[in-house]
Write a protein that binds this ligand. Structure first.
Ligand code: ADP
Length: 634
């Protein structure tokens, strides 16, 4: 930030990201320009909430005026629009930080995602939350005058900018606490200078705001319309969640979501309930339609708003929901908690635990309901938040089965990489005699789909779940079964297909194993410390060899992931399995001269096929070339 002192007035530069955001917003949100009012009213409302909360501990902050409200007015001659509140206000430092920078984590990453395509970028900006800067969609100059509650009248701050690269800031006198925002409208925005127009925008977007939004009453007289001195409240001004469900319209629920969720799109679904019993509280919880850009950012704020008997207590109360439901937005209003509840208290409170349990339960029910009755919506949900919900299968022991029921996977049954198969679908399609749910984990969908480990399953028409998300390894390590059926990796342990194989097949396998005893022993000696064991398999039909992990060892994919994450772990050796009917293996039986090279290539290609990295890639290339030349010679 550059500073340029001239007496009391200073000119400062916006943070680079703010400049970018301003440009983008003005262009891509123009067709949605009315949202500026929703955003500014929403900020004013938050400011009133914050004041009410801080005043619980310090009555002085009210400055003898506890009648919190938001005022909207316009001046046709000056072509300005003003939004004022008597909320918490801002100090000079707060103005500079809040209106000159974007404090959100992940801002830089957000900008790298922008494509230049207006429609797409508009959606992204919506997820980012447009906030205060949306004023510049309709205004070519914005002035903010504010004073923090409890400060002297001369501690007012005036901020002004034309939305270019800079803003000015100076100290001014401001008698009334709170914030006034004045928009100098762009040339083509005159239609906003109308009481009727403004009232209709307020009804559309801000009816649910808890504080009264007041405007001067307008009347028709002989000489046209006059604005009287009398105030009138133009919004409903009651806490939406405290009203009865059947008295709230879908549009009201959606508008409220945009306020609490800081989102620009409609929510996917919501649940509104009043819970009575040992703990009494109201919950209004929303599932967004789209994941925010910082869903995986550990430092990102998440959680829901906590109120106690309609008094706002805190934003982002993350204790009210488990981490794997961090995408949920909304409000919990408790009737029992003390008003002075702090984050520290929340962490240990038994009451909060009960509320958290109740909220988790409700969200899972909502998802179950979507999955059963609105599959398209559920597919949309899964695409956005499936990865996060999967964390729950590993984290939430009490709800493991319910979460397992909500999981969706790709599978060999479908032709696409879309995750659409539920465990219940899988079980319903199981072959006669099948008693296990088979899966494979790999780094990518293609690596999973084309893995040699699937060959025998393909041949027998047995479905295998294809897991290629990073979190999947954790899912299957904690989710050992579903509905009484064990989950089994096709790349671990000996392959026991149980009743899916007949007696003749089993006898044939035993015979192959003993016939090849000498060969497997010889390969094992050659490969030495690279393998735990070498054995004959009936897993393969087309490939000569594959690697499997021993029953209780860490699988290859998991081991690679842990290594990539920099984790120390004991080295576990893989088992090399060879296909006794493959021509390469048959040929190897008679090989004398280059046996060692053949064995090494067999091992290396099995490692490559499952996405592993060769210890000595150059050595592998050399051996393959040698073998190619031999073939030609022979
Ligand atoms: P967001 O509301 O998503 O944090 P904004 O850009 O809308 O982002 O606002 C940035 C910050 O400026 C707010 O978090 C708040 O601290 C402050 N702010 C904005 N408007 C007001 C207001 N009317 N009164 C007090 N503070 C405000």
């Amino acid at each position: 930030m550059t500073e340029n002192n001239t007496a009391n007035r200073e000119t400062m530069g916006f943070q680079t990201e703010v400049k970018q955001l301003l440009q983008l917003m003005i262009h891509s949100l123009y067709s949605n320009r009315e949202i500026f009012l929703r955003e500014l009213v929403s900020n004013a409302s938050d400011a009133c909430d914050k004041l009410r909360f801080e005043a619980l501990h310090n009555d002085r902050l009210f400055e003898n005026d506890s009648d919190l409200k938001i005022r909207i007015s316009y001046d046709k001659a000056a072509r300005t629009l003003a939004i004022s509140d008597n909320g918490i206000g801002m100090s000079r430092d707060e103005v500079i930080n809040n209106l000159g920078t974007i404090a959100k984590s992940g801002t830089r990453e957000f900008f790298t995602k922008l494509s230049g395509d207006q429609q797409k970028d508009a959606n992204l900006i919506g997820q980012f939350g447009v906030g205060f800067y949306s004023a510049f969609i309709v205004a070519d100059k914005v002035a903010v005058t504010t004073r923090r509650a409890g400060e002297q009248a001369d501690q007012g701050v005036h901020w002004e900018s034309d939305g270019g690269g800079e803003f000015t800031i100076e100290m001014v006198d401001k008698a009334a606490r709170g914030t006034d925002i004045t928009l100098h409208l762009r040339a083509d925005q005159d239609d906003l200078l109308s009481g009727h127009k403004l009232r209709s925008i307020i009804h559309k977007y801000s009816d649910h705001i808890v504080q009264p939004i007041v405007m001067k009453k307008e009347e028709w007289k002989e000489n046209g319309q006059v604005i009287t001195d009398e105030d009138e409240t133009v919004n409903q001004a009651s806490a939406l969640w405290a009203r009865a469900r059947n008295e709230i319209t879908g549009d009201e629920y959606k508008a409220f979501y945009k306020h609490v969720g800081h989102d620009y799109e409609d929510p996917l679904a919501w649940i509104h309930a009043r819970v009575e019993g040992r703990q009494e509280y109201t919950q209004l919880l929303y599932i967004p339609a789209r994941a925010p850009f910082d869903l995986y950012d550990r430092s990102a704020r998440h959680g829901i708003k906590l109120y106690v008997r309609r008094v706002f207590i805190m934003d982002d109360a993350e204790q009210l929901l488990p981490n794997y439901l961090r995408f949920v937005r909304g409000v919990v209003d408790s009737s029992d908690l003390p008003l002075n509840v702090s984050r520290e208290i929340l962490q240990e409170s038994k009451d909060i635990e009960a509320i958290r349990k109740g909220c988790t339960n409700k969200v899972l029910s909502l998802l179950e309901d979507l999955a059963a009755n609105e599959q398209e919506k559920y597919a949309g949900f899964w695409g956005e938040f499936g990865q996060v919900l999967k964390e729950g299968a590993a984290e939430d022991f009490a709800n493991k089965d319910r979460i397992a029921g909500l999981l969706r996977f790709a599978s060999t049954h479908a032709d696409t990489d879309a995750a659409i198969v539920s465990l219940a679908d899988y079980i319903a399609r199981m072959k006669e005699g099948q008693d296990k749910i088979y899966y494979i984990t790999a780094e990518t969908f293609n690596a999973a789909k084309n893995s040699p480990h699937l060959e025998v399953f393909r041949k027998k028409g047995i479905e295998v779940l294809l897991l290629s998300d990073r979190v999947d390894e954790w899912v299957v390590s904690s989710l050992t079964g579903f509905d009484g059926k064990q989950l089994v990796s096709v790349a671990k342990g000996g392959l026991d297909l149980g009743k899916l194989e007949d007696e003749a097949e089993k006898q044939e396998q035993e015979k192959q194993a003993s016939d090849h005893k000498e060969l497997t022993e010889k390969i094992r000696k050659t490969l030495g410390k690279r393998v735990k064991e070498v054995r004959v398999t009936h897993r393969l039909t087309d490939s000569p060899a594959c690697l499997v992990a021993d029953e209780h060892d860490i699988g290859g994919n998991m081991a690679r992931m842990l290594k990539a994450a920099g984790q120390q772990m004991p080295t576990t050796l893989p088992i090399l399995e060879i296909n006794p009917t493959h021509p390469v293996v048959l040929r190897l039986k008679d090989e004398q001269k280059h046996f060692d090279d053949w064995a090494a290539v067999l091992f290396d290609q099995a490692l490559l096929a499952e996405g592993g990295q060769l210890d000595d890639p150059a050595g592998f290339v050399k051996r393959v070339n040698q073998l190619m030349l031999e073939m030609r010679a022979g």
